[in-house]
Design a protein around this ligand. Sequence first.
Ligand code: ZN
Length: 318
Amino acid sequence: MLKLQGGQAAPGFDLPDADMEAVSLGGFLKRNVVVLYFYLRDDTPGCTQEAIEFSDMQDEFARLGAVVIGISTDDCLSHSEFLDKHGFGVQLLSDVDGEVCSSYGVLQEKEHEGRKKICVLRSTFVIGKDGVVRHAMYGVSPRGHAAQVLELIKGMQKMQVAQDTVVSLNYELQNSEGELVEKTEEPVEYLHGGYDGIFSRVEEALNGKAAGETCDVYLQPTDAFGDYDEKLVQIEPRAKFPPTIEVGMRFEGQAGDSGETLVYTVTDIAEDKVVVDGNHPLAGMSLRFHCTVNAVRKATAEELQHGHVHGAHGHHHH
Ligand code: ZN
């Protein structure tokens, strides 16, 4: 069975809890770190020990923004009895047909009295807010395990921006008048360390920062989208454009002298002429880049080889 590794996208799940309410991984993304622990069977000694420890440390996990979820192939009723009997606070999900267990690679074949049977290998996964597996632990022992997982999450949150890390951040760009020109709605990620994933001045400022820290960088046009180039403003015959043309529309075109492909914005339309501007809309502007680090992780070997982030949606085609 294929095992997961840190840096891979966590397989999604949508399973019923002890109250038969559906719980999905998607519901926690962006907000929580998810600790997903797979165990063998409700109310057996090892699994009870594991649930006691996770349950006892639940407040500490919550303080780090982490939720703890147990999964086994028991049904919802069995989970409900197990929780009631011991008064556990952890959430338990029921994966009766073992599909989620299988997607996390935790099923193994065991021989018992000469007969082969499939059972769960006790395993725990720590999934970042971005849906990427940070730690994959197969074959864990229950005693002391919750404390060990808590330390891993503390370590994740202390991880600093450095060469070959993937940085997730939110940012705001303001012009020299202090007006907002761009703002992220969701965190964006880039590969740190000279891969052209972000402005190099911003990389310098982010070195050594950890999740939750902010930085402010004042960028001259040459540090950002370049100086404004008058030569990239061109007047074209209107007949070259579709009849529905409007100011603000954008077209791809070749620059007159270099032949480079640029995005041109229509800035003016006369009866038979159209003015297009091949400068970036923020060219020539001094900008203030203000950002907050959302998360930092090590890049995978594949990401380093490609020079860009692959992220929670797995590998994309180039
Ligand atoms: Zn790639």
